[in-house]
Design a binder for this molecule. Structure first.
Ligand SMILES: C[S@@+](CC[C@H](N)C(=O)[O-])C[C@H]1O[C@@H](n2cnc3c(N)ncnc32)[C@H](O)[C@@H]1O
Ligand SMILES: [Zn+2]
Length: 308
């Protein structure tokens, strides 16, 4: 099992995944639009944000949106598109476990469809917590281990392990999102209780949960069509999120820190640090090096590469 789902070595073009998934895509936008309503701020981070599929949900609300992703190629290939449509967005190649940002930098952030690739979620939550300022909004989406279809399938097989709280590694043959058959990358589904407890223990106060893609069934898509399905989705998100039976769940939390410092930084250079040792970075035009550990980083085709 490789620790990182490296879409570059898998040569995976994630944009293609969304070609015939309008219902799922719009369901997630509906959930995020609702969860982010009334929120605003300066720096915002989309962790594992890929080609900016979800940027419209936060772009107008935060002055400095940052997309970080482990896939340098995805960021390079989509740079022009993102800059044309969302000019203020900053794109950085980085690892979610080792973020190249100062403590208390961000006022808001999200991670969608990435946590299934994170096999050390508590380490990740700790690192994300570090870069958020006190009272920031953080939205964590995860694949729900006990969604309705999975529960029915498991119960028919008298398999009750679905109800235990531990994360569940899906067999790779069953999923195709950057973890195609044989690719051996982490692909974890999480239990809602585990998620809430772990977030709480990691310093996040959970304030709202919203299910998404309640009607993710090919048959329904064929019979009802996307427009009607999305109308029903809006109703389901409002009425049934409490049931925690949707395949995807969005948790809205407030970052709780003893430290009340907030960063007043306004440029990228102000917020960057060495992702390895968090030391001071000397930044030049296309390269940067850490004054503490001497690690060097480069910028290629417009994208800083801070992956460690
Ligand atoms: C399934 S895609 C989701 C992309 C985007 N969040 C969305 O919902 O459209 C998963 C993304 O997570 C990125 N990723 C996986 N592991 C990562 C890590 N450790 N650090 C940063 N990005 C990671 C992948 O490169 C990929 O772009
Ligand atoms: Zn360093």
């Amino acid at each position: 099992m490789s620790k990182i789902a490296n879409y570059d070595t898998l040569n995976y073009d994630y944009r293609k995944y969304w070609k015939n998934r309008e219902y799922e895509n719009k369901s997630e936008h509906i959930a995020l639009d609702s969860l982010l309503k009334g929120n605003e701020g300066n720096w915002f981070i989309d962790i594992g944000g890929s080609y900016g599929r979800l940027t419209p949900t936060y772009y107008e609300k935060y002055s400095n949106p940052v997309i970080i992703d482990y896939s340098l190629k995805t960021l390079q290939n989509n740079y022009e598109y993102i800059k044309q449509n969302y000019p203020n967005t900053i794109l950085i190649a980085a690892n979610a476990y080792n973020l190249p940002f100062k403590d208390n930098t961000f006022d808001g952030g999200l991670m969608v469809r990435v946590l299934h690739h994170i096999d050390r979620p508590t380490d990740y939550f700790k690192e994300a917590h570090r870069v958020f300022s006190n009272n920031s909004v953080y939205i964590q989406e995860y694949a729900n281990k006990k969604h309705l279809k999975a529960m029915i399938k498991a119960l028919l097989k008298f398999d009750f392990t679905i109800f235990n709280k531990e994360p569940y590694q899906q067999p790779t043959k069953e999923n195709y999102e950057g973890a195609r058959k044989g690719s051996n990358v982490p692909f974890l589904n999480y239990h809602p209780k585990w998620m809430k407890e772990t977030l709480r223990e990691s310093g996040y106060i959970v304030i709202q949960e919203r299910g998404a893609s309640f009607l993710r069934l090919n048959l329904l898509k064929k019979i009802l069509g996307v427009r009607l399905l999305l109308l029903l989705e809006r109703i389901s998100q409002k009425a049934f999120s409490w049931s925690q039976t949707s395949p995807s769940i969005f948790v809205k939390s407030i970052v709780n820190k003893g430290d009340f410092k907030t960063s007043k930084n306004s440029t990228l250079e102000d917020i960057l640090v060495c992702p390895l040792c968090k030391g001071f970075l000397k930044i030049e035009k296309e390269s940067a090096h850490c004054k503490e550990c001497s690690k060097k980083f480069t910028k290629s085709k417009n994208i800083w590469d801070f992956r460690v």
